[in-house]
Design a protein around this ligand. Sequence first.
Ligand code: MG
Length: 259
Amino acid sequence: MDSNKNLKKFCRFSVDARTYSGAVRGNMVDIVEGDLFGDLSDIRMSFPVDHVKFLPPIMPTKIWCVGVNYMGHMREMGHEPPKEPLIFMKPRTTVVGSGDPVRIPEWAGRVDYEGELAAVIGKRCRNVSEFEALSFVKGYTCYNDVTARDLQTDNHWIRAKGFDTFGPLGPSILVTEKMPDETKITTRLNGSVMQQDTLASMIFPVRQIISYISRFATLEPGDVIATGTPAGIGRVKPGDRVEVEIEGIGSLINPFISD
Ligand code: MG
C-alpha cells in the first residue's frame, strides 16, 4: 500500500474509447495502474481534465444511504430528530459518473437533487466501534441522491430512489480516512447555489453511521455510504444541470434529461 501514499484523488476515466484508472492532480489526470484497494503505480502519462470523460470512480459493492441526517433538511421535511440513523439502499444500476445524464421518466412526477458526501469503505468490517470505524474508510466522493419525491410514499423508498441513473457518483475519490468537519458541501442548480452547509451539521457523523450499519451487516470494500443531504432540496427538470461540489474532492456535474 506504500505506493498509495502520494495518491490523493483516485478516478476512472476514458479517453479515445479507452478506459483508465487515474489520479487527479490539479487540472491534469495521471494514468495509474492497479486498483484502489491494492497497489497503485503512476504511469508517466497524463491528460488535461477537460479532455477526459470521468467514469464512476468505483462500481459500488453495495450502496447505503442515510436519510434525514442534517438538521436543516430535517426541519424542511417536517421530521422529528431521529434517534438512530435512518438507513436505506439503492441498486447499483442507479450509478452514473460525472457528466452522464440523469434520465427522468415523465411518470416519475417531481424529481429532486440531494447533494451528499459519500464514504467509500476500504476494508471489510463487522461490529466496529465508532472509535475504530474510520480506519475502514478508503476515501470520500460526491454523491447525488436523486429522488422521485412524489413516489416517496413506500416505506422502503426503493422505487423513489432506485430509478436507473438516480445515483451520480464522483468525479474522484479523495483518499483519506476523515474529512474535516468544516468541509463545505454545495449544490448548484443551473449555476445557482441551492444547498450549502458544512459536514459539521450532520446529525450522525460518518464514524457513527459505519458503526451502526456494521452491527447488522458486513461492510465490504467498495461499499458506498451516502451520508444525507443538507437543507435546500428542490426540483430538477429535464434540461437542468446539477453540480455537487465538496471542498477537497471536486465537482460532480450531471445534466438531467427526459427518459
Ligand atoms: Mg438523501
